[in-house]
Write a protein that binds this ligand. Structure first.
Ligand code: NAP
Length: 285
């Protein structure tokens, strides 16, 4: 079985980004800058943010953290985003999710300049993706596409099954696979006989948010399986796939940890650099 190693692909992607960031610095006399907005104190988010900031530093990108607490208002968050939108030094903005429930994700995304949307979640960017003219691709699905490319797993003409239809993972994943000429089946919680569909997949991306839900009976033996799920069970990181059950029963599998999550961070940095270049080339600010 091929172990689809997110750490290795992310390492290579970041090395390439470091070279591109160095060229950016030479040309524009400054590093690309990512604004990281944290709202509240979600403990998992703290870890993800530290990872993102560490990775940004590794490739020579500057990250600046802005922190609001749960006593702040939506208006204060919106006005921070507006300020970052017009700050010529800031190239990309990331608002770490989840936020405390009194804050609206939709309002934040609507307030954000779509040309600074490092995550690729802005409705305009999702619309461009849907119309086949992507500007910024959502990081996690973009990371899966990069892994497919790295391991030369052909997509064109293959049957790809995506489990999950969220705006940030499932839907853009299905879209990117379709754009790469796969025949795509998109499953969700109302899908009847889920297994009947997943077992058709040459490529299966699972993003259901169900810890170790998928055992080997969900996949055919020549499937390449990408596990997007991210959970902590009894203090241990795990995915949507029961790794032990599937190990050596499929053609390829991405582990958790060390799989798709590594790529999400790398693609966030790639998006930020691409936005920085776009802004410089189009003098958008
Ligand atoms: P989400 O918004 O909760 O969406 C989950 C999707 O899975 C929904 O579309 C849901 O269907 C579907 N689903 C739930 N249970 C199902 C079942 N039993 N059978 C079939 N479909 C089912 O979650 P998300 O934000 O997309 O994230 C999914 C997972 O990926 C989570 O574990 C999250 O932590 C992880 N994640 C990881 C990364 C990374 O970098 N590795 C990034 C983002 C998210 P309905 O639409 O019908 O409700």
């Amino acid at each position: 079985m091929l172990l689809i190693d997110g750490r290795e692909v992310a390492k290579q992607t970041k090395a390439e980004l470091a070279r591109e960031c160095a060229r950016f610095k030479d040309k524009y006399r400054r590093a690309p800058q990512l604004a990281v907005v944290q709202v509240g104190e979600d403990p998992a988010s703290q870890i993800y943010l530290k990872n993102k900031e560490k990775s940004a530093a590794e490739v020579g990108m500057q990250s600046l953290r802005f922190h609001l607490d749960k006593e702040n208002s939506q208006e204060e968050l919106d006005s921070l985003i507006t300020r970052l939108n017009t700050d010529a030094e800031i190239n990309g903005i990331l608002v770490q999710l989840p936020m405390p429930k009194q804050f609206s994700v939709e309002a934040v995304l609507n307030a954000m300049n779509p040309f600074k949307d490092s995550d690729g979640f802005h409705p305009e960017n999702l619309g461009l993706l849907l119309s086949g003219r992507p500007r910024v691709k959502p990081c996690t699905p973009f990371g899966v596409m990069k892994m497919l490319e790295h391991y030369k797993i052909s997509v064109s003409g293959k049957t790809a099954v995506v489990v999950g239809r969220s705006n940030i993972v499932g839907k853009p994943m299905a879209q990117l696979l379709m754009a790469a000429d796969a025949t795509v089946i998109n499953c969700h919680s109302k899908t009847k006989d889920l297994k009947e569909f997943t077992r058709q997949g040459d490529i299966v991306v699972v993003a259901a948010g169900r810890p170790e839900f998928f055992d080997s009976s969900y996949f055919k033996s020549d499937a390449f399986v990408f596990d997007v799920g991210m959970h902590h069970v009894n203090g241990k990181a795990t995915g949507d796939v029961n790794f032990k059950s599937c190990e050596d029963k499929v053609a390829g599998l991405s582990p958790v940890p060390g799989g798709v999550g590594q790529m999400t961070v790398a693609m966030l940095l790639k998006n930020t650099l691409d936005l920085a270049l776009y802004q410089e080339n189009h003098r958008l600010l």
